[in-house]
Ligand binder design. Structure first.
Ligand code: NDP
Length: 256
């Protein structure tokens, strides 16, 4: 991987990150802020978001904002309230990283509880769609905006016992393609999906309890790709599927 972004890559940009309190979302929030972005930290555990906020305030000159919100309960009204809050504070949105997800049950479909299925689809897929719809007017105001959707290997090839998680990630991939196609001609909003691949986080440990986490890359190791897709160097790149663990860098013809 040969991408070395400048320190001011995201200077002045406003970026909303879901699931910003832990794992890959936390690493992205810190990395984006260190590269100059004003980050909006959305997540369900206030204390985790505040810890990220404090670290950003202590180490950068940017203006982070904490938005405690459970995506399971995101609805039109809370989406509108968030839109208004961001509009009042910043007037536009330059980037949106859909990162928050829940794993759900790891059982055969036959034994999957429907309530659980619905919850996973709500957090991983439906909330992603609704949040995007609500934020599009603000993304439209930005000259050069980027949406990153977080997929998974099982969002590209289904596998046994991944249930609603896999199906929700297929939905995310489909949504990413529809959205990218709708905005391709206008040219100022790019939309891409990222499969982080096995990464040393709480979710991965939950999915693979027997695995030695030390054998996995950290979330920080994926940040060059997350920075590239959020920043101006990826202008014109849209509707693509990326794999963080095998991304060779932007100058390689096989980047996507
Ligand atoms: P983590 O479980 O470590 O972090 C997920 C974050 O999302 C947490 O901060 C969590 O909040 C937040 N979150 C979960 N549910 C909600 C909700 N209902 N409302 C708001 N925030 C919520 O996950 P990872 O960092 O591992 O995963 C990040 C993304 O990468 C996910 O989309 C995942 O599917 C994907 N991915 C991860 C892989 C891996 O190996 N780690 C592999 C492939 C894909 P809280 O801290 O409060 O629980």
């Amino acid at each position: 991987m040969n991408y070395q972004p400048p320190d001011d890559l995201l200077a002045g940009r406003v970026v909303l990150i879901t699931g910003a309190g832990d794992g890959i979302g936390k690493a992205a929030a810190l990395s984006y802020a260190r590269h100059g972005a004003n980050v909006i930290l959305l997540g369900r555990t206030r204390s985790k978001l505040e810890a990220v906020f404090d670290e950003i305030e202590d180490t950068t000159d940017t203006r982070p904002v904490v938005v405690p919100a459970d995506l399971e309960h995101l609805d039109e009204a809370s989406g509108d309230a968030l839109l208004k809050a961001i509009e009042d504070e910043f007037g536009r949105l330059d980037g949106l990283l859909h990162n928050a997800s829940v794993l759900g049950a790891r059982v055969p479909v036959m034994h999957y509880g429907y309530d659980e299925w619905h919850r996973v689809m709500q957090v991983n897929a439906n909330a992603t769609v609704l949040l995007t719809i609500k934020m599009l007017p603000l993304l439209d105001v930005a000259e050069d905006a980027s949406i990153i959707l977080t997929s998974s290997g099982v969002g590209r090839t289904g596998r046994a016992y991944w249930g609603a998680y896999a199906v929700s990630k297929f939905a995310v991939e489909g949504f990413s393609q529809v959205l990218a196609d709708e905005h391709e001609e206008a040219g100022h909003l790019r939309v891409n999906s990222v499969n982080p691949g096995g990464t040393r986080t709480t979710m991965r440990a939950q999915a693979y309890p027997q695995e030695d986490p030390q054998t996995l890359p950290t979330a920080e190791e994926h940040m060059p790709l997350y920075l590239y897709l959020m920043g101006p160097d990826s202008r014109g790149i849209t509707g693509r599927q990326f794999d963080a663990r095998s991304w060779p860098g932007p100058s390689d013809p096989d980047t996507e």
